[in-house]
Design a protein around this ligand. Structure first.
Ligand code: PMP
Length: 360
């Protein structure tokens, strides 16, 4: 049986080439006769891997020299608390744009560490679908320690495609859209991402931190989450997740072979356009998001008759299309089409959707 197309939102599919390489060298990495999981993170061979991974990420994202790249623990949510603890004083104000479910979790976590969490704007319903309140209406604070937003809300399928223009350092949760298209890193104070979508295994995270934001951690910040300590220690203050780091390194190399983020960004646009086009021309399927705010990574869709949801999912799985169930908070369907999803997967999904619509 050929491998299914996996539309899971995360942990998500990884490039087949990467998985095959990891399998081939699992027991004997770098001709050492042992696995990459079994060597010290201080071994020169591992240090070379770690440094190369950072360099590849820097090349891919054109990260300026005055940013540190940190390989962190605790996935995306770990960063929800790391951000306020590292770059805001306990009595500071932090501005948050509430774009959806993950923004909301980030807001609630920040409230534990910063006295004033100011929600500047939120998702709104318009006659063309869900959108984000217009920047002109945002209630920005005068002296915010930072402005946080999630440019790609994984559950809601809402994206903010324009980088906000605000005075405070911008912090972006890019867990589900990092590396998916070219980005001007210099516009940000901190970019962070849980790894399990466009990078590698879950529980791992990457934080890209502008150097002038270091050195201000709250006194009670746990040391493994302290950006300044991790920057000084090369992200090896404690034992890093070496296997996740290794797999991420393979993904970065794969992405370079695809032509980098410019090339993958073109492909991502084409994949999303094809799926939205199909959904929009059909009366049977619908997407709840305003066209200007649609995610290119996570595409939720509803069936006109939700009593057919289970039949849709069962028949899709039988046709080799898995991971399409919408998030438990919102129901319906969701196709996550991260970097590793080939156009062939989107073609197969559209074909199946058309066939399902015809049959019922
Ligand atoms: N932020 C976003 C945008 C996410 O999609 C997720 C997970 N899906 C998280 C944060 C939380 O990540 P984790 O489960 O790694 O803590």
């Amino acid at each position: 049986m050929s491998a299914p197309f996996n539309f899971s939102a995360g942990p998500a599919m990884l490039p087949a080439e990467v998985m095959q390489q990891a399998r081939d060298e699992f027991l004997n990495w770098n001709d050492l006769g042992i696995s990459v999981m079994e060597i010290s993170h201080r071994d020169p061979a591992f240090i070379r891997l770690a440094e190369q991974a950072e360099q590849d990420l820097r090349d891919l994202m054109a990260i300026p020299d005055h940013y540190k790249v940190l390989f962190m623990h605790g996935g995306g949510r770990g960063q929800f608390s790391a951000v306020p603890q590292n770059i805001a004083a306990t009595d500071a104000t932090a501005d948050y744009l509430n774009c959806g479910i993950w923004s909301d979790f980030a807001i609630r976590e920040a409230q534990k560490y910063v006295r004033h969490v100011n929600v500047v704007g939120a998702a709104v319903q318009t006659d063309q679908g869900k959108a984000i309140s217009h920047p002109d209406s945002w209630q920005l604070s005068e002296h915010a320690a930072y402005f946080h937003y999630c440019p790609n809300e994984t559950v809601d399928g809402i994206a903010v495609h324009e980088i906000p223009q605000v005075n405070a350092p911008i912090v972006a949760d890019m867990s589900s859209n990092i590396l998916s298209e070219p980005l001007d890193v210099s516009k940000f104070g901190v970019i962070y991402a849980g790894a399990q979508k466009n990078i590698g295994p879950s529980g791992f995270a990457i934080s890209i931190v502008r150097e002038d934001l270091l050195g201000h951690a709250q006194t009670n910040t746990s040391t493994i989450m302290d950006y300044t300590v991790q920057a000084k220690e090369g992200s090896m203050y404690n034992t890093p997740n070496t296997f996740a780091w290794y797999l991420s390194a393979l993904v970065f190399q794969w992405l370079k072979r695809q032509g980098g983020v410019a090339a993958i960004g073109e492909l991502n646009r084409a994949k999303a356009a094809k799926l939205y086009h199909y959904i929009d021309q059909s009366d049977f399927y619908s997407n709840p998001v305003h066209p200007d705010y649609r995610s290119r990574m996570n595409i939720p869709f509803l069936l006109a008759d939700s009593s057919l949801d289970n039949a849709f999912l069962e028949q899709a799985a039988a046709a080799g299309l898995v991971g399409l169930k919408g998030h438990r908070f919102v129901g319906g369907m969701r196709a996550s089409i991260y970097n590793a999803m080939p156009m062939a997967g989107v073609d197969a999904l559209v074909e199946f959707m058309a066939e399902f619509e015809r049959k019922v």
